[in-house]
Design a protein around this ligand. Structure first.
Ligand SMILES: NC(=O)c1ccc[n+]([C@@H]2O[C@H](COP(=O)([O-])OP(=O)(O)OC[C@H]3O[C@@H](n4cnc5c(N)ncnc54)[C@H](O)[C@@H]3O)[C@@H](O)[C@H]2O)c1
Ligand SMILES: N[C@H](C(=O)O)[C@H](O)COP(=O)(O)O
Length: 312
């Protein structure tokens, strides 16, 4: 028998009322050339999704049977679908933790559906942080630029309170240790990075954290606080490939405006490898035979394989 040496990747199936399963079917043949995907979904749910999509299940579609069953309601927020997507993700994490797979790649979940299912987490990164007891870092991007988020899924009104020298210093140290870029732009929080205290004072904390982190490495790695409105200008992007944003939309709005199709999400600072698509469940186009972009998923799989090879 020929030994299959391709890396094994557990795919959490995401919210089955969304576009994830269609992406999984569409890309199966392509990704199977470079890895051995193991989809966390059981036969019954797989058949229901395939029937709804009028797609044949590929013969070599290997599954890990995530328990549960419910009626699909394409494009709908649902407690049952939220719970199933969470269970699929937990199965994928457990497979990685047991070293049954080399990495995991996640299809999108719906946060409202998780909330309906009483899941206390807002997203995958938070679950991973809790599961492994590590300061997981959420970074999204593509070969042109990457953005790491210092705060993630919290209301905007709470962001300013979260910015403090100690936590940001640790974040910067962890970030460097993972990406090893010698040049990282750190954004301010306020308009014009506060214009030296005229428009707020969080930049004092950011400045101190940058100084401390640079001192820690005895190198001038972190630059800033950068003025947020020009941090992503073409000229600034020539200077920096890696950015640290203070909050979700500060970093992800420019990234997705520029590179939504090709970008991916990578969880850093964890004992396992996890990559993801950068988009959500797109309920508005699910199961409608629309032109769904699969590049983010393909890139997420490729980056997982790249990270696996770097780990070896
Ligand atoms: N990786 C994840 O798990 C992840 C990532 C982002 C958002 N979400 C969640 O997904 C849900 C929906 O989020 P949203 O509506 O803000 O963003 P979304 O990314 O689902 O959709 C935004 C827009 O982009 C389009 N779109 C998204 N992916 C596409 C693709 N592959 N091809 C073509 N068009 C695509 C959608 O049709 C929609 O018009 C929310 O609950 C959100 O929190 C999950
Ligand atoms: N913040 C991410 C985005 O906007 O694409 C997304 O919500 C996914 O986050 P998790 O990987 O933590 O689920």
């Amino acid at each position: 028998m020929i030994e299959n040496n391709k890396p094994k990747i557990a795919i959490s199936i995401g919210d089955l009322n969304g576009i994830g399963i269609e992406i999984a079917f569409k890309c199966h043949e392509e990704i199977s050339k470079i890895c051995q995907p193991i989809y966390c979904i059981n036969n019954k749910m797989l058949k229901r999704a395939a029937n709804e999509l009028k797609i044949e299940i590929p013969e070599d579609f290997e599954i890990f049977k995530t328990k549960g069953e419910f009626d699909l309601k394409p494009g709908t927020v649902s407690k049952k679908s939220g719970k199933y997507s969470f269970n699929s993700f937990m199965d994928a994490i457990n497979l990685a933790n047991l070293k049954e797979v080399d990495a995991i790649c996640t299809l999108p979940i719906n946060k409202e559906s998780w909330n309906k299912a009483d899941i206390k987490y807002k997203g995958h990164t938070e679950v991973l942080r809790d599961y492994f007891g590590k300061h997981a870092i959420m970074m999204l991007g593509c070969s042109e630029m990457f953005v790491a988020l210092f705060t993630e899924h919290i209301p905007l009104r709470k962001v300013a309170k979260k910015i403090n020298e100690e936590d940001l210093t640790q974040f910067l140290i962890d970030f460097y240790n993972n990406v090893k870029s010698e040049n990282i732009g750190v954004l301010g929080l306020n308009p014009h990075a506060s214009d030296n205290g005229v428009l707020g004072d969080e930049e004092v904390q950011i400045f101190k954290a940058i100084k401390k982190a640079n001192k820690h490495f005895e190198k001038n790695i972190f630059k800033g606080p950068l003025v947020p409105d020009t941090a992503f200008s073409p000229l600034s992007r020539k200077n920096f490939k890696y950015f640290v944003a203070m909050y979700h939309d500060q970093g992800l709005a420019p990234l997705k405006a520029l590179y939504f199709e090709e970008s991916i999400n990578v969880s850093l600072n964890l004992p396992i490898i996890r990559t993801s698509v950068d988009h959500g469940t797109a309920f508005n186009i699910a199961y409608k035979n629309e032109n769904i972009n699969t590049q983010s998923y393909i890139n997420a799989i490729k980056e997982a394989i790249n990270l696996i090879s770097m780990k070896k």
